[in-house]
Design a protein around this ligand. Structure first.
Ligand SMILES: N[C@@H](CCC(=O)N[C@@H](CS)C(=O)NCC(=O)O)C(=O)O
Length: 210
C-alpha cells in the first residue's frame, strides 16, 4: 500500500495518526508529493485524485482512495487494533457526525481562511481567492472552537467514550489553526485540556516526529 502525501500538512497528519493508532505505519510506503511546488496540480496527480489534494491511498490492486475520512475507514476496517470509526451502528453514526462537524467547523474552515484570506500556498497555486469568504470561514472556525469546548465540557472524547477519527480531525484542525494564527482563546479550557491529553498519545507524538 502507498500513501501519497506531504508530511507535516494537516490532512496528511490525520491519516498518519490513524496508521500509528492501528500500529501499521511501517507497512505503508510513503511517496512525497511536493505540494508547495504545485506537484499535486499535475495531470498525473489529478488522475489519482481529481480534487488535487493529499493524502491519497493506493491499494495493491491499483485503486486510489482519497479523502481522509475514506482512507481512515479503509485503514480501520483493513487492520486490527483499536477501532477509530466505531463498532455499533450508533457509534459509527455518531463518529461520522462529529468527524464531519470537526471538518466543517474547524479543519475546512481554517483551510478556507488560509487559502482565501492569506497568501496561502502562493500565487502560482492559489488561482482564485476571495478574502471576504476566507474571513467568514475564520469566524466559522472561531465558533467551531466554542462549540467543541462545550461538547468537551462533560466528555473525554469528541464523539463516543473512545478516541476516534473525530478526535483526530479536530486535533489536526487545531494544529492548522496554530499554523495560520487563528487563536484558540485560553478561556476555552475544556478544548485546551482535551488537546493536551490527545497530544500525549503515542500515535500523535509519532506522527509529529515524522
Ligand atoms: N477533504 C480532503 C482535504 C485534503 C486537503 O485539503 N489537503 C491539503 C493538504 S493539508 C492539500 O492537498 N491542499 C492542496 C491545495 O489546496 O492546493 C481530505 O479529507 O483529504
Amino acid at each position: 500500500m502507498k500513501i501519497y502525501d506531504y508530511p507535516a500538512f494537516p490532512n496528511p497528519a490525520r491519516v498518519r495518526i490513524a496508521l500509528h493508532e492501528k500500529g501499521v505505519f511501517d507497512q505503508i510506503e510513503f511517496v512525497t508529493i511536493d505540494v508547495p511546488a504545485g506537484e499535486h496540480k499535475s495531470a498525473r496527480f489529478a488522475a489519482r485524485n481529481p480534487s488535487t489534494a493529499v493524502p491519497v491511498l493506493e491499494l495493491e490492486c491499483g485503486t486510489f482512495i482519497s479523502e481522509c475520512t475514506a482512507i481512515t475507514e479503509y485503514i480501520d476496517n483493513a487492520f486490527d487494533g483499536p477501532r477509530l470509526t466505531g463498532t455499533t451502528a450508533k457509534e459509527k453514526a455518531t463518529i461520522h457526525m462529529m468527524q464531519r462537524r470537526s471538518e466543517q467547523m474547524v479543519m475546512d474552515a481554517v483551510g478556507s481562511y488560509f487559502h482565501h484570506a492569506t497568501s496561502g500556498l502562493g500565487p502560482d497555486i492559489e488561482s482564485y481567492q476571495n478574502a471576504e469568504w476566507g474571513r467568514h470561514q475564520q469566524n466559522i472556525a472561531k465558533k467551531g472552537f466554542e462549540y467543541f469546548n462545550e461538547v468537551l465540557k462533560d466528555r473525554r472524547y469528541v464523539a463516543t467514550g473512545d478516541f476516534s477519527m473525530a478526535d483526530i480531525t479536530l486535533y489536526c484542525g487545531l494544529g492548522f489553526a496554530d499554523f495560520v494564527k487563528v487563536d484558540v482563546p485560553a478561556s476555552l479550557e475544556h478544548l485546551h485540556q482535551w488537546r493536551s491529553q490527545v497530544a500525549e498519545r503515542e500515535s500523535v507524538k509519532a506522527a509529529a516526529a515524522g
